[in-house]
Design a protein. Sequence first.
Length: 304
Amino acid sequence: MAEVERAPLEPLPIVRLKHWGRWVSGVIILVLLVLLGIALGNAQIQWDSVPEFLWYRVMAVGLLNTVLLAVIAQGSAIVIGIVIALMRRSANPVARWFAAGYIWLFRGLPVLLQILIWYNLALVFEFISIPLPFGGYLLHEQTNVLITAFTAALLGLALNESAYMAEIVRAGLNSVDSGQTEAAKSIGMSPGATLRRVVLPQAMRVIIPPTGNDFINMLKGTSMASVIGVTELIHAANNISSNNLLVMETLLAAAVWYMVVVTVAGVGQHYLERAFDSEDRSRSPFSRAAKALRTAPLVRSERG
C-alpha cells in the first residue's frame, strides 16, 4: 500500500486574551482617586496647619501615652494570656473551668465598658487593701488614688486583650503535633524545657501573625481611653481643636501619627515573623533533639 502523504502541521496561532475587566476596573479606580483628590483639594481644610499640629506639645504627650498604653497593655495581655492558655490545657478541671470562665467574661464585655467599670471602681470599693496574716496591711489605699485614668484604661485594655491572647496561644500550642512533645520527653526533657524549647518555638509561627494584628488594633484601641480623660492622640487633638476650632485639621494630624505608629508596628511584625520562619526553626534546639532521637536506635543496635 502506498503511504499516505500528510500535510505538515501548521503552528497554532497564539491569541492573547483581552482582559477587559482589568482595564475597566483600573480606569474606574483611577477616576475615583482623581475625584477624591479634587474633593479634598476643594474641601474647607487648612492643609498647611496639619504639619504644624503634629509637633504640638500636647500632641507629643498624646503620642507617648498612646504608645506606652498599647505596649504595656499588650505585654501584660501576652503574659496573662499564656498563663490562661496553659490553665485551659491543664489536666486540673478547676483550672480549666477558671480559664474558660475568664475568657468568657473578658471577651464578652465591650472594652469601653470594662474601662468605665475600672474607672468607677471607687463607687463600689472605697479602699483597696491587702491584709497581712499577722495583722496590718501590705496595701491600704483609697481606690480613686490607685485607679487613675491611665491605670483604668490599662486594666480595661490589658484584661480584654488577655482573653483573646489566651485563645491565640492555645491555638498555637494545639498546632504543634503531640508526637513532638512525646519525642522531647523520651530524650529526657522536662515539661518546662519541652514547652520552652520545643513547643513554643514551633507555635510562634501561628501565634505571631494574630498577635501582631492585635497589637495594631491595640494601638488604635487606646483611643477609647479619651472617654475617661487620658491624654492620648484623640484627646490631644480635641484639646487643640477646642482652642482654635480647627477640628478636621487636628484630627488629620492625629491620623498621621496613628499611621506612623501602625506602620512601624507592621514592619516589626514582618521581621518578627521572618525570624521564626522554617529556616530559623531548622536551626532550633528541637532539630538537634530530633536528630539525636533519630540516631538513638542506631546507637542502641550497634551496642547490641
